[in-house]
Design a protein around this ligand. Structure first.
Ligand SMILES: *Cc1c(COP(=O)(O)O)cnc(C)c1O
Length: 214
């Protein structure tokens, strides 16, 4: 099987498992070459995700598409992230919101990253901190608050975690009614996430193959 056939088959199988038409599939291409991004683009993929800005920038220059950043944000990298990212899924600091707003040269869609358990290693803010972060995004020039992103804790039962995330999102919407999007679900759990209201899923290994690192 050629790489083209392999990616086409994997993509079709993921698309078959997406049961709602309002779900955006973000194909996470981290660690995989530009040639794979090119093939996927020719297969009709319009949204790609990356975790590292150096890698994202190279691929975004090579392949015009909607580019998503979902990695941990480092303050000193913000000036580079704004060069190529159209959508950021992982905002979790008001300081970064201010900096992004100052640096953005065109509109960027922003998801706030929610943490269910407050584990600092995995990023995200707890529910009680969401409103202040959202206000910072709303106030920032060139940033558009579109929703929440969450990666459930490793030990969580997916259905329970996604239903909890859905409830947090519903409460959040009462104050920020425009933030309709919910970015949850990866290769291992995207069907459960879709059952619990995901509007964006970020899928890497199910399409590109398992990564040896990251
Ligand atoms: C790597 C990554 C993904 C994709 O993970 P897969 O399990 O390969 O689908 C999605 N979201 C984030 C935040 C990631 O770091």
């Amino acid at each position: 099987m050629t790489r083209n056939e392999e990616l086409a088959a994997n993509l079709a199988s993921v698309q078959d498992r997406i049961t709602r038409s309002d779900v955006t599939l973000v194909v996470v291409t981290k660690t995989y070459p530009v040639s794979d991004v090119q093939i996927l683009k020719e297969l009709g993929v319009e949204n790609f995700g990356e975790n590292r800005t150096e890698e994202g920038e190279v691929k975004a220059v090579a392949v015009p598409a909607t580019w998503h950043f979902q990695g941990g944000i480092q303050s000193r990298k913000i000036k580079d992230i704004v060069q190529w990212a159209d959508v950021i899924h992982s905002l979790d600091s008001t300081e970064h919101a201010l900096k992004l707003g100052q640096r953005a040269v065109r509109p960027i869609e922003v998801f706030l990253q929610l943490s269910l358990d407050g584990d600092p290693d995995r990023g995200g803010v707890v529910e009680s901190e969401l409103a202040a972060l959202a206000e910072a995004v709303v106030a920032a020039p060139n940033l558009e608050l579109v929703g929440l992103m969450c990666v459930p804790p490793v030990s969580a039962i997916p259905a329970e975690a996604f239903s909890q995330i859905y409830s947090v999102h519903q409460r959040f919407l009462s104050n920020f009614p425009n933030a309709q999007s919910l970015s949850t679900g990866m290769s291992g759990d995207f069907e459960v996430a879709i059952d619990h209201g995901a509007t964006h899923i970020r899928v890497g290994s199910s399409i590109l193959g398992s990564r040896t690192h990251r």
